[in-house]
Structure formats: structure tokens, C-alpha cells
Design a protein around this ligand. Structure first.
Ligand SMILES: [Zn+2]
Length: 260
């Protein structure tokens, strides 16, 4: 079993888009996504931006490019990366979605044998988002025919165990979006790794020094960080944050830099 960290380039934005009430200075964040190889089948977590953003982001994402401008290469697209590193796309059994924001949906519908797992609340909200959240959901990414979905109804301290063996756990962490979930990957040598996804944007957010620049519930956001901190403390986990330009530099990334 291995965990690989990839990214679909960066988003160019301003600091206060990522840290509430911070400066208007330009700020650049990585767009991570993950591959987990497992004897029972391989998993993509999120999938970054849709590959369409490599050629014409404004056509695909619309005016939200004024706030978050994606910069990625075609070869960084999720399916292109999987092919490039020699993983059979048909071996992808699950696509796990932390949530359905546009910089996380690049794997949906790209893997023929995959079941897509997302919190039911997130899926419903993606179609019924409030005015301030609407532009973060690109319907073309998730409103596709013949997708195999598994909608989770998990709350509070529920945990969904993907293979039933404790290796990949889904934890509800709402706040950034109504149905946001994070992931705990338990590896034989590296131990526990928490993929917070957007439940924790940056180190400042993790340390209760800043709220994220986007959320649907401040209270849930803060409580989800507290929940993940408790898990990290209990398991001595490596914490991989959602869009932290600083700690991302030191992570093992790409096909050669996996955790196992
Ligand atoms: Zn998000």
C-alpha cells in the first residue's frame, strides 16, 4: 500500500482568499490530489482541477478565474498523470471526494470502473449552493451520465472505512462546505497520514490563527479543525493540508516520492 501526492499546478489568488482578513497581496497555492494503491483496488482522492483548465480555464470555470486563476499543464491532469506513472486507469476502484469544489473534481467520470464516494449533503449542496458559493461548483464536472455514486450519510464522530480494513477512513469535516470530508490513510511504515483537504487550508488555519478565506459555517469549520487535531494527536499523524504553499514544499511528491 502506497500514498502518492500529486498536484494540478497552482491557483493564483490573493492572500485574503485563503486567510480571512489577510492582505490583498498576490498568493499562490498548490492544488493537491492523491493516489492510494491498495491490494483490493486503487483510489484517487479528489483529482485536482479538470484537465480542461490547462487549455482554457476561463471557458471552463467562468468568472471565478478573476479570483482563482488556475495554472496547470495538460500532463498534470489526473488521468494523464495516472497513465504517465504506469497505473492502469481501470484499476481505479474508488474516487473519493472531500467535496465538490472546482479544484477537487478532476477525477470524476474519468475512470470507467470507479465508484465515486461523496457525502450526500455535499452532492445536494453542489446543485443548490447559496449565491456566494455557487461559482465554486462546476456542474460539468459532476453532473455526468452513468456515474456510479456512493452517497455517505455520516455525521459527527462517524467514520466510513473504505475497504473495511482500517487502511482508508473517511471522516466528516463540514464547515468549508456543508458535506466536506477528510481522510485518514494508515500506512504500514509511515503510519497515519491525514489528508485534511479543505478542512484545513494552511498552517495558520491549523493553528487557529486564521479562518479560511472561504467557508459556509465558521463554527463547523473551527470544530472540524479541532476534530482533526485530536486525531493527529492520538495517532501522531503526518498532516497534509489542503492548500498550504509552505508545508507542501517539504512533502514527498510525484511518482518517486510516495509514502508507504
Ligand atoms: Zn474547497
Amino acid at each position: 500500500m502506497k500514498l502518492f501526492l500529486f498536484q494540478t499546478g497552482v491557483l493564483k489568488c490573493r492572500e485574503n482568499d485563503i486567510k480571512m482578513n489577510a492582505s490583498q497581496e498576490p498568493y499562490e497555492i498548490p492544488v493537491p490530489w492523491f493516489l492510494i494503491t491498495h491490494p483490493k483496488g486503487n483510489i484517487i482522492v479528489d483529482g485536482g482541477n479538470a484537465v480542461e483548465c490547462a487549455s482554457n480555464p476561463r471557458e471552463y470555470w467562468g468568472d471565478i478565474c478573476d479570483i482563482y486563476l488556475p495554472e496547470m499543464k495538460i500532463e498534470e491532469g489526473c488521468l494523464n498523470t495516472i497513465n504517465r506513472v504506469g497505473i492502469d486507469p481501470n484499476s481505479i476502484k474508488f474516487v473519493l471526494q472531500s467535496h465538490l469544489h472546482l479544484d477537487h473534481t478532476g477525477a470524476i467520470g474519468r475512470f470507467a470502473n470507479a465508484t465515486h464516494i461523496v457525502h450526500r449533503k455535499e452532492y445536494e449542496y453542489a446543485y443548490t449552493a447559496d449565491w456566494f458559493a455557487k461559482s465554486g461548483y462546476i456542474r460539468a464536472d459532476f453532473d455526468r451520465p452513468n456515474l456510479d455514486w456512493n452517497f455517505l450519510d455520516i455525521y459527527n464522530h462517524d467514520v466510513y472505512d473504505v475497504f473495511g480494513d482500517g487502511c482508508v477512513l473517511i471522516i466528516p469535516t463540514p464547515g468549508h462546505s456543508p458535506g466536506h470530508c477528510s481522510f485518514v490513510v494508515n500506512l504500514p511504515q509511515s503510519g497515519s497520514v491525514i489528508l485534511t483537504c479543505d478542512a484545513v487550508y494552511t498552517q495558520d488555519h491549523w493553528e487557529d490563527k486564521a479562518l479560511p478565506g472561504f467557508l459556509t459555517s465558521a463554527q463547523d469549520t473551527v470544530r472540524s479543525v479541532a476534530k482533526l487535531k485530536a486525531i493527529a494527536k492520538r495517532t501522531n499523524a503526518l498532516v497534509v493540508m489542503g492548500h498550504d504553499p509552505v508545508s507542501w514544499v517539504d512533502m514527498k511528491k510525484g511518482a518517486m516520492g510516495f509514502y508507504e
